[in-house]
Design a protein around this ligand. Structure first.
Ligand code: FE2
Ligand code: FE2
Length: 397
């Protein structure tokens, strides 16, 4: 079985960097180093060889880094969250459902509608489908994201049906998000352009892999991460909508655009939570933002694997970059947007460490862009790789 050895060794070298960058900081309590690297743990390597073990995160995993007393902040924000965050949920009766955009299997016109959908999809190129499939797979790993939210101290759903505002939000957010993967999955199934079994295998691998976005059970880090990610998905679904329109598939453009609008609403909610944290605890929040950005925001589906391609995520990302669906420039733009949204430049009353974090974060978008321009400036060798999702056809990366 092929393993993601390349990314594993990359991760292990990052461990060294991580330890040297952050190991000496003492602002965190309860720092626990749990996982070990490939090299230092032969037993773990043995485990990775087992066929039922999907690609794993192998880096230093840190838990409960937020000082326990800060949990009280989130308890005290219960009413605030009810009045300011839950209002961004849409009542189910007013929500769109995947069926609103798909052929109705109970209607006489079902077959005709399916044929129309398939006709329209013929105009779309294979590289577009690679990106749409990658986006759909990312959405389909939703169990991982609900798990991630429920790792966060002070806001997790303690019972699975907890009545705290935080838990209500997490469940309803998950329920709203669930429609995204559902709709894209059904569209892709009906269009007949992609290898559904390979896609389904990729989803199974990905959910089995889970993810550690390095949010360390801290809602500070967690909500910064979700703010970033909701905006990233808003941008990428917006771009797949634009491209579908350019290729003449207006209905698919409507599908992607509708999903993008949900992501925008979720971005509004998560950025509002972080805005509140900046109001209550500017120092702690700016340190958390700098910490998250130093670690880099990992993409939720970065462990994707189809049983064949050890570099599937990198290859998918390269196609998304080439098509302009999600690019390195977008990463810098998102950070710049958040810096403006949270008024980071105007924060006052910070500690020395807080000031440093403020300067770091404010200067980062420019640094990322400069780096990216240098990378883009280097002549890149054109290459094409096969994607199992489109029946092994070779796609330019
Ligand atoms: Fe989504
Ligand atoms: Fe989302």
């Amino acid at each position: 079985m092929a393993l993601k050895l390349k990314s594993l060794s990359f991760q292990s070298s990052k461990v060294q960097q991580y330890v040297s960058n952050f190991g000496s900081e003492n602002r965190r309590s309860h720092r626990v180093f749990m996982a070990s690297t490939l090299r230092s743990s032969p037993k773990e390597f043995e485990n990775l060889k087992k066929p039922y073990v999907p690609p794993c995160e192998v880096h230093v995993q840190v838990t409960h880094s937020m000082p326990p007393q800060k949990i009280e902040i989130f308890k005290s924000l219960e009413d605030w969250a009810e009045n300011n965050i839950l209002v961004h949920l849409k009542p189910v009766e007013k929500c769109w459902q995947p069926q609103d955009f798909l052929p109705d299997p109970a209607s006489d016109g079902f077959h005709e509608q399916v044929m129309e959908l398939r006709e329209r999809s013929k105009e779309l190129p294979d590289d577009y489908f690679v990106v749409l499939v990658g986006d759909m797979i990312t959405e389909e790993a939703l169990p991982t994201y609900q798990t991630m939210l429920n790792t966060l101290d002070g806001v997790r759903d303690e019972t699975g049906a907890s009545l705290t505002s935080w838990a209500i939000w997490t469940r309803a957010w998950t329920a709203e998000e669930n429609r995204h993967g559902d709709l894209l999955n059904k569209y892709l199934y009906l269009c007949g352009r992609v290898d559904m079994k390979q896609i389904e295998k990729t989803i199974q691998y990905l959910i089995g892999s889970g993810m550690d976005p390095r949010t360390e059970n801290s809602p500070y880090l967690g909500f910064i991460y979700t703010s970033f990610q909701e905006r990233a998905t808003f941008i990428s679904h917006g771009n797949t909508a634009r491209l579908a329109k350019e290729h003449g598939d207006i209905k698919l453009a409507q599908i992607c655009g509708t999903i993008a609008a949900d992501e925008k609403r979720h971005e509004t909610a998560y950025t509002k939570i972080v805005e509140k944290l900046f109001e209550i605890d500017p120092d702690g929040t700016v340190l958390a933002l700098a910490d998250m950005m130093k670690k880099k925001i990992s993409m939720p589906a970065h462990l994707m694997f189809d049983g064949q391609d050890d570099n599937l995520f990198e290859n998918f990302s390269a196609v998304a970059q080439r098509l302009g669906v999600y690019t390195a420039k977008d990463y810098a733009d998102i950070l710049e947007f958040l810096v403006g949204r949270w008024n980071i430049e105007k924060l006052t009353g910070l500690s020395g460490e807080g000031h440093k974090a403020q300067d770091y974060v404010c200067g980062l978008p420019t640094r990322i862009r400069r780096l990216e321009e240098r990378v883009q400036g280097r002549a890149k060798q054109a290459s094409a790789v096969p994607f199992s999702w489109v029946f092994g056809k070779k796609i330019m990366v």
